[in-house]
Design a protein around this ligand. Sequence first.
Ligand code: PAF
Length: 281
Amino acid sequence: MLTTSDIKQIRTQVKQWHQQGKTVAFVPTMGNLHQGHISLVEEAKRHADHVVASIFVNPMQFGANEDLDAYPRTLADDQQALVNAGAELLFTPTPDIIYPKGLDAQTYVDVPGISEQLCGESRPGHFRGVATIVCKLFNIVQPDVAVFGEKDFQQLMVIKTMVEDLSLPINIIGVATKREGSGLAMSSRNGYLSEDQKQQAATIKQSLDTLIMSVKQGLAIETAIENAQSTLKANGFKPDYLEVRNANDLSQVQDQDKQLVVLVAAYMGSTRLIDNMTFNR
Ligand code: PAF
């Protein structure tokens, strides 16, 4: 696998593949790869002849008091995992390569509406950072297909909306969340948790399961949410938000809506975890 921080080298290789009539799938990441990321690479392989990955801890999507500096950087392990999974090209730019004029002078991409709610409300500017880097990486790599995890459900919707609004010729594919045996959604941020906290954190999935089951059995959504929040609090979480929305556009649930998603963000100590599950009622 060729690893490079050189934009020209990425473009030359992808152009060569395209000239040979081959398709290219792209898996953007921030590194510290776990089985969830590997499942994205595996899915990417099912959709294209060649797989390109990127590792870039994107400063634009971190708020001032967030974990940009602490975010785990594990390049050597990540490279090995990507080779094993079958990626052939890895882009590892530095912030200077991506934002040579600095963040304040950088042109950005804003996806209105969907970026301002849920995680966007708690983390102002976060989805601007995500949309900007993903758009930029798309322009550098020029893939046919790009693969993202459904664990970041709102992020996936922001990206799909951006691709549609800007007419980008890229097929966006979402991959189901990978979970630990306990049900805890895999995340690089789980590494901040102690073993005890990890066990407690499994309550997130349990509360979502219970919420879904009770809504299906006819309990009012508001009551099911209150119950889930109580369970989370009783297990050491400080919920940021816990909401049920329309799964197709994240709008508020109307009586006729059948496809729903429950989304949660909650703090365990200083670690903010997110999760979601879609369901039909
Ligand atoms: O999901 C992530 O890891 C990041 O938000 C992404 C999509 C790589 C953009 O930095």
